[in-house]
Design a protein around this ligand. Structure first.
Ligand code: SF4
Length: 704
């Protein structure tokens, strides 16, 4: 490649190792990233371990904690419980011999995870399994092994390895280092009420005296700040004092910062997690006034953590909700009662291990409801089933360069068994899109959103030269604004003016009246009669056949030369700008058939690695996804693109690019259900941001 080409001056590829997109199985890098940090694909990672497992490379924070949630069952029913939101109900208890559990323990150990929390539900409801799991962990992790319990069974008696004792005694012998007891109020009666225990299930604090005496500094009280319980700084200080009197020196006070609305399942648990009623700073400042020393302080939009200390007692005040992973660094590893391992409490599709994605449909709450998967779900989970064709998001009709009128195109889709599809005409939309939706409904076909395929190019920004020709799919109702239609329609306008000029010349030479209307598409379904937005040379030349002895190709070459590429280039849209415009309007963009992308100058590198680099650059400009499954992408390209999509968390779609020709094949390439749901979800989220949701709701009743 000629390195003086402008493309090399216009974007830099930061530490990009393209090799991994070509040979994912060969990656073998392992090591540590220290405080200085390492730039991987434009993101700086610090303090992490890098491990390879099952052909994937994982970046795991040095502070990551493994949480093993052994059951969703609990004898309390706190309104602030995440259980009601994140866990699949109806699951019992996980056993210590569960192979997925053993796998995640191995993985965590290999990744240098130091500490383990065991939670639920209420883990002490299943003491035998709990004890066996603690024994499994014993000696394998340097940090703490802690259980999170509501405390109601800690003093219960049982026999373990032939010895009688209280559960807490057996747990410490098995290897437990820490116990965190959820306690919304010190007074047992008030605590029973807030945690909705059966009356008498909360012990008085002094019942733990022996535990505290035998294992000092191992019992922590965790208090969810709530009205009716601890709701003021005074009440917090009284709580600490009473704990101190019983020898307890560690306290956590928690506030929810509200579950993000897209994850909240309506009901009492969402209400209990509906957001802070008081500022954590008020509590922190109160303790500072009482001579507590602030040892750690961190505040972000969705997260506060203050750690304070006085006379050997430690008090944490925190506010947080789980938020989607901002990058690929794994901060938590969560083994859930449904036997799957996630990296986020709230994202049911954030699988750690790709092979678990097969279980998604049967074992997760979100997957079993009509709710779509969260947008930034795990890279791995969503891709493995892509080959299943749920929706065809790339269909043309005569409105642009297809050969069938819209009703015929839709009949062909229906006959092929396609029930969800989107038209993606070149640089235009169907004017009567609502009629199409209605007609589709009668056929049993859903057209969920309008789409278009936009001709554009990747530009050298310095010299404003178009370098590579791309097609970009764009979806979303707000794109049908006149302004946007005019913007993308420039290429069609140039082509139409050229074809009309050629058509006139042919008409005058063949004595055809040039009054012939070549813009109306006479669909046999009256409501679908529409306008042709893109005049193709073949289409216009076909009008000459009855008037001469020439066949179509002769007419085409005689009367319809191609447009001068230089003129065409001058009308080319800049793909980066198009992506931005679509995003600003609340739509989404998918790069169409990357295997087809063409350099526009003979001296430009046409190798696929260059296209992958450009895709990365477009991703940072806002590109949402790649049309992965398309007949123009080779198998090798699909492999590379898939790895790129997984690593950068892009949507992957597929489509037939159906033009109505006899050679076109339907149902062989398509978009899977998970990615289709993500598109719907993204459009819904963007419509909210862009305040276009009224129109979106009107057309997509499933959103309401
Ligand atoms: S005790 Fe814990 S697991 Fe049980 S309902 Fe309350 S918050 Fe949920």
């Amino acid at each position: 490649m000629d390195t003086s080409l402008p493309i090399l001056q216009t974007f830099r590829f930061q530490n990009l190792n393209l090799k991994k997109y070509f040979s994912p199985g060969e990656i073998s890098h392992r090591g540590s990233i220290d405080e200085t940090g390492v730039n991987i694909d434009g993101v700086v990672y610090r303090n992490a371990e890098i491990i390879e497992y099952d052909k994937y490379v994982y970046i795991v924070s040095k502070k990551a904690v493994l949480t093993i949630s052994i059951t969703p069952i609990c004898n309390a029913k706190c309104s602030f419980c995440y259980n009601g939101i994140t866990f699949f109900p109806g699951v019992g208890v996980i056993d210590d011999s569960n192979s997925e559990l053993l796998k995640v323990i191995d993985f965590s150990q290999a990744a240098g995870v130091r500490s383990v929390s065991i939670s639920g539900g209420e883990p002490t409801l299943f003491p035998q399994q709990l004890l066996r799991i603690v024994e499994q962990l014993n000696g394998r992790f340097e940090g703490f092994i802690r259980i999170h319990t509501n405390g109601s069974r800690l003093l219960s008696k049982l026999t373990w390895h032939g010895k009688d004792g209280m559960l807490w005694e057996h747990l410490f012998k098995a290897g437990l280092k820490d116990i965190s007891v959820s306690r919304a109020a010190i007074d047992p009666i008030v605590n029973d009420r807030i945690m909705r225990f059966r009356s008498g299930e909360s012990y008085a604090l002094n019942a733990f005296k022996e535990l505290v005496a035998v294992h000092p500094d191992t019992l922590r009280l965790s208090c969810y700040l709530t009205e009716g319980g601890v709701s003021s700084p005074d009440a917090m200080v009284a709580y600490i004092r009473e704990g101190n009197e019983q020898g307890i020196n560690s306290f956590v006070f928690r506030l929810s910062s509200a579950i993000p609305s897209e994850f909240a399942i309506p009901g009492e648990f969402s209400i209990g997690n509906s957001g802070p009623f008081i500022d954590t700073n008020v509590f922190k400042d109160y303790l500072i006034n009482l001579n507590y020393k602030l040892r750690f302080s961190r505040q972000e939009i969705d997260y506060d953590l203050f750690i304070l200390e006085k006379d050997g007692a430690e008090v944490s005040i925190d506010r947080s909700s789980d938020v989607p992973d901002p990058d690929r660094k794994i901060r938590r590893i969560l083994f859930m009662p449904n036997g799957l391992t996630y990296t986020s409490w709230l994202e049911s599709s954030s699988f750690l291990f790709p092979d678990q994605s097969d279980l998604m449909g049967s074992r997760t709450r979100v997957a079993n409801t009509a709710k779509p998967y969260p947008a930034s779900a795990s890279r791995h989970a969503l891709y493995s089933k892509v080959q299943s064709v749920f929706a065809d998001l790339h269909v043309h009709s005569l409105v642009s360069d297809g050969v069938l009128v819209p009703s015929e195109a839709m009949s062909r889709l229906e006959q092929a068994g396609i029930t969800t599809f989107a038209f993606a005409e070149h640089n235009c939309f169907h004017d009567n899109w609502r009629n199409l939706v209605g007609y589709g409904t009668n056929l049993g076909i859903t057209i969920p959103f309008p789409g278009t395929e936009i001709s554009c190019a990747f530009f050298d920004e310095t010299n404003k030269i178009p370098l590579y020709r791309f097609h970009l799919l764009a979806f979303g109702l707000p794109l049908m604004s006149d302004e946007f239609k005019g913007y993308i329609g420039k290429a069609n306008k140039l082509q139409n003016e050229h074809v009309l000029k050629c058509f006139s010349r042919m008409c005058s030479q063949l004595n055809i009246s040039d009054e012939v209307d070549i813009f109306t598409i006479h669909d046999s379904v009256p409501s679908l009669v529409s306008s042709k937005h893109l005049l193709t040379r073949t289409w216009a030349a076909s009008f000459g056949i009855p008037y001469c002895d020439s066949d179509l190709s002769e007419l085409k070459s005689k009367y319809f030369p191609s447009i001068d590429p230089k003129i065409k280039h001058s009308f080319t849209l800049n793909i980066t700008e198009v992506i931005q415009r679509v995003r600003d309007l609340g739509g989404i963009t998918i790069l169409a058939h990357p295997g087809w992308v063409r350099p526009m100058h003979p001296n430009l590198d046409s190798g696929f690695s260059n296209i992958l680099q450009i895709i990365l650059s477009l991703k940072s400009a806002g590109l949402d996804g790649i049309e992965l499954y398309h007949r123009l992408n080779s198998e090798e390209q699909v492999r590379s693109l898939l790895n790129l999509a997984i690593d950068t968390d892009m949507l992957v779609t597929g489509g037939s690019d159906f033009h109505g020709r006899t050679t076109d094949r339907l149902r062989q390439q398509g978009t899977n259900e998970a990615n289709f749901d993500r598109i719907q979800f993204l459009l819904q989220a963007r419509a909210r941001v862009h305040k276009n949701h009224n129109s979106l709701f009107e057309l997509n009743p499933q959103y309401s």
